[in-house]
Structures are given as structure tokens and as C-alpha cells.
Write a protein that binds this ligand. Structure first.
Ligand SMILES: [Zn+2]
Length: 483
């Protein structure tokens, strides 16, 4: 079975990453009182690495029948598992999240792409209902991953604010006011030349007006193209620039989009790339071109949206030390997001929706999954109440952690007592959760006993007379019978 084979390969990669952590032990280089900028203690990080080992050791397979031509074929697919939900370092979870994102977003993306083909006329001018673009937001490379991620996040927030609708209902002048919805992914790499952290973001966006990313006057630029080809002298280009902005002490020609990005990043970067999505991309040649030709426009958009649908990076691409930094610096940070019309599309990020098909559970024995048994790895409906309580505790715990990190962090670093406080807080939180589950189990046991008691009250003799009342005590049955 293809899917299981793929999962086995991913599980092996994951085991390799864990064993590298164990051999290199990068945690031993950290001081025991170390706390990451995201508030993780050494104990927290060690637990996170440990959690990967357990990931996908129980998998749930779903038995489906798919029609192929005239016949129905039985197809087993992995529908759920005990995932560690740490896609930043776990290849199994990264792949799973990517597949789920694709499953959830494919139809909404195709719907928006369909609107790109529809047009209408306003004041004699033809307009399309939607325009599709890929936007890449880049900031300057840097040494601190968490600081760079925070800068990107804040810059993007400022950029979007420039396009927010004003109170009077009118649009503000920012380009992002045209965006109807987007799907975005933060990507982390090591800069090719700088060797520093290179953080950028890919967004697939749909707009209701064309974006303004033009740098030079259109007709004048065309003339220069004809005259000089690819080697247009810089002075000539500067003459026809639409906007000039000061960037790193130089006056440079920028588009409206990059000018706004420069302002949003507080002078850090003008690097924003806007690529309108075409049915057949310019770069597609030969076989690939023919593939695009066969597709409908929405299918082509979806295909080209791969960049934003894939999980940000391959955990295998990094050294153990880098993986450790990624693990701690991305904690509690959003790597993937949806906004506008794509916001709040329901569905789990890891597990398929539970349906009525047959499910099997299999166990990992260190090499493969064995011993299929009917069942599901998902929690029952009746745990909902307990889960809700644990959720409230978790929210409270996170809030307290943040306060504590703030309290013990000074401009000179973190206090050496912070790790003790955080570990203690975690212990309290876990004890509270354990109490919630304990109460749940006790309650369940009580109701089971009650169920059993109901059976005990069944009396064959009385039932023959029609006096049996399910759930009643024998005394009540007597009363009912002799009334
Ligand atoms: Zn995992």
C-alpha cells in the first residue's frame, strides 16, 4: 500500500532525527537555567524531542471502496494517528499537515480562481471579479531566528494595517485593501551567502482590483526595452521611475507595493515579489507546458499554489543545532495562516473527518506497523466535557507562563530563577489536568455501575406481569405494580 510505505519512510526519517538528537545531545550545551526567548526551559525542550519518538506509533486506517472504471476497489488509507503535532521537526507531522491543508483548501482556492474568469463592466471599463497573485515577503537575514520571525510578523501586520478599511467605509490607500483572501506560509532557511537565518513568507492572494507593483512608467519602459534590450542604463531607468525611496542611504526606484513594504518593515527591506498567476506560467516548457494546457484555470492556480500549501521546510535539511533552534524559536508561533475568505475553514490539521467507514488500529513495532484491530485512535464524544476543562486550564497556564517570562526577563537577559518557576508552573498545570481526567474516569465508572444496577433490577417474575420499569429500583417496581 503506497500510503503506508510513504508513512514508513517518513517514520524512519523521524527516527533518524531523534537518534541524531540523542547522539549529538545539543541540550547538554545549554545551561540548566536556560530559557528560550519563547519561554521554553531545557526540560520543556527535552520533552518535546521525546514526544517525537511516540509520534505515529498508533495509526488508524480507514477502509474505503473507490470506483475504478466498472469495479470497486478496496483502498486503505491512514485517517488518523497519535501525532506529536510538531511539524517543525517531525517529518511525519510536516507531511500530514501539508496533506490536510491541501484537502481543506483545494475547493475554496478553486472557487476563488473560478471568479478570475468572470468579468463585468463599470463605467465602460471591463473588470475581473478576482485577480490571483503569489506574493513573497522577504526581510533581511539575521542571526537570531526568533527576532527575525517577530520582525516578519510585525511587518506583515503593519503592511495589512495600511490597507484596512476606514471607519467611514472608504478604503485606505494601501495595496492590501484590495486583498479578498489569502493563504500564507512562513519559510525558514539558512541564507545562501549570509549563512544567517533567512525568513520569508509566501502568500497566495486573491484581490478584487489589480495590485500596483509597477516600478517604471509603462510606455516609457517599453520604449527603453526596445532600444536597449536587457541592458538599460540605470540613469535612463531612474528617469522613468514612478516612486523613489531612500533605502540604506541610496535613492532607489520602487513600486507602490515595495514602498509600502519598506514602510511596514521600518526600513528593513524593500524586497517584496509579486507574481500574477497565469494559466500557463512563462517558465513552463515542453511536457510541463502541455500539462498546464490540459488543466482548467482553477486547476492550474491550485497546482501553482503548491508553494503555500507545502509545509514550510523539510526537517531533514538542518543540522541538529539548527533544528534545536527552530524547535525552540518557533514555539507558539504561527507558521501557516489563512485570512479573508479562507479564514476559519473548518477541519482538523492532522486527522481526517471521522466517517462511517470501517477503521483499524495498528501498532508500531520499531520497524513497521503490525497487529490490525478494529477501532479508532480518536477520543470518544463523552470526553468532550473533560477536554473542554483541560482546554481552559491550558489557556490559563499559557497566560501565566507569558506573565512569568515577562516578569523575569530584563534587557540584560533572563533571571536564573525563571526556569525553576516555569517548571513548577508546568507541574501544577499537569496536576490539574490529571485531576480533571481522574474525575472523568470516576464519573464514567459511577455511570457504568448505575447501568449495571439497572440490569440487576430486572425481575423475570415481575416482567411477566408487565411490571418491569427499566432503570427503576425494585421498590419502585413494587409500588408501580400494586398501585
Ligand atoms: Zn510528529
Amino acid at each position: 500500500m503506497v500510503e503506508l510505505r510513504k508513512l514508513r519512510n517518513l517514520k524512519r526519517q523521524q527516527m533518524r532525527i531523534v537518534s541524531q538528537f540523542e547522539t549529538n545531545n545539543p541540550l547538554s550545551l545549554l545551561n540548566p537555567d536556560y530559557v528560550s526567548s519563547t519561554g521554553l526551559t531545557v526540560e520543556d525542550i527535552a520533552e518535546k524531542i521525546d514526544k517525537i519518538k511516540d509520534c505515529a506509533t498508533l495509526i488508524e486506517l480507514t477502509d474505503n471502496f473507490v470506483q475504478v472504471g466498472d469495479t470497486w476497489e478496496q483502498v486503505l488509507s491512514v485517517s488518523a494517528a497519535n501525532y506529536c503535532k510538531q511539524p517543525v521537526i517531525c517529518p511525519v507531522c510536516a507531511s500530514r499537515m501539508q496533506a490536510r491543508r491541501k484537502a481543506k483548501l483545494s475547493d475554496p482556492i478553486k472557487e476563488q480562481a473560478q471568479l478570475c474568469a468572470e468579468s463585468f463592466t463599470v463605467d465602460g471599463e471591463e473588470k475581473k471579479r478576482r485577480y490571483a497573485y503569489m506574493i513573497t515577503y522577504t526581510i533581511t537575514d539575521g542571526d537570531s531566528l526568533s527576532e527575525r520571525m517577530e520582525t516578519l510578523k510585525e511587518s506583515k501586520k503593519n503592511f495589512r494595517k495600511m490597507g484596512q478599511r476606514r471607519k467611514n467605509g472608504k478604503r485606505s490607500g494601501g495595496e492590501t485593501s484590495k486583498i479578498v483572501g489569502g493563504v500564507s506560509t512562513v519559510e525558514i532557511k539558512r541564507g545562501k551567502y549570509s549563512g544567517q537565518w533567512h525568513v520569508h513568507q509566501h502568500d497566495l492572494v486573491f484581490t478584487d482590483e489589480p495590485l500596483n507593483y509597477r516600478v517604471y512608467q509603462e510606455t516609457a519602459k517599453r520604449k527603453l526595452d526596445q532600444k536597449y534590450g536587457r541592458n538599460i542604463p540605470r540613469e535612463e531607468l531612474n528617469k522613468i521611475a514612478l516612486i523613489k525611496a531612500k533605502f540604506r542611504d541610496k535613492l532607489v526606484a520602487v513600486s507602490k507595493m515595495s514602498f509600502e513594504w519598506l514602510r511596514a518593515t521600518g526600513g528593513d527591506s524593500i524586497d517584496i515579489r509579486v507574481d500574477p498567476i497565469k494559466h500557463i506560467p512563462k517558465s513552463a516548457k515542453g511536457k510541463k507546458k502541455r500539462m498546464f494546457e490540459k488543466m482548467t484555470f482553477p486547476e492550474s492556480v491550485l497546482y501553482q499554489a503548491k508553494e503555500v500549501m507545502k509545509y514550510p521546510f523539510k526537517p531533514n535539511d538542518f543540522s541538529t543545532a539548527d533544528s534545536l533552534e527552530i524547535l525552540s524559536d518557533t514555539f507558539n508561533k504561527r507558521m501557516v495562516a489563512t485570512y479573508g475568505v479562507f479564514y476559519g475553514i473548518p477541519g482538523d490539521d492532522y486527522n481526517d473527518e471521522l466517517d462511517n467507514s470501517e477503521h483499524f488500529i495498528m501498532k508500531w513495532n520499531g520497524k513497521t506497523w503490525i497487529d490490525p484491530k478494529p477501532g479508532t485512535v480518536r477520543e470518544n464524544e463523552d470526553t468532550q466535557e473533560a477536554r473542554k476543562k483541560v482546554g481552559i486550564e491550558l489557556g490559563e497556564y499559557r497566560r501565566k507562563r507569558r506573565l512569568m517570562v515577562d516578569r523575569y526577563t530584563t534587557p540584560w537577559g533572563v533571571s536564573s530563577v525563571l526556569y525553576l518557576r516555569l517548571n513548577e508552573l508546568k507541574k501544577c498545570f499537569r496536576a490539574k489536568c490529571a485531576a480533571v481526567w481522574q474525575r472523568y474516569r470516576e464519573k464514567k465508572k459511577r455511570s457504568e455501575l448505575q447501568e449495571k444496577a439497572k440490569c440487576d433490577t430486572y425481575s423475570v417474575v415481575l416482567a411477566l406481569d408487565g411490571y418491569y420499569l427499566p432503570g427503576a429500583t425494585s421498590r419502585e417496581i413494587m409500588l408501580e405494580g400494586w398501585q
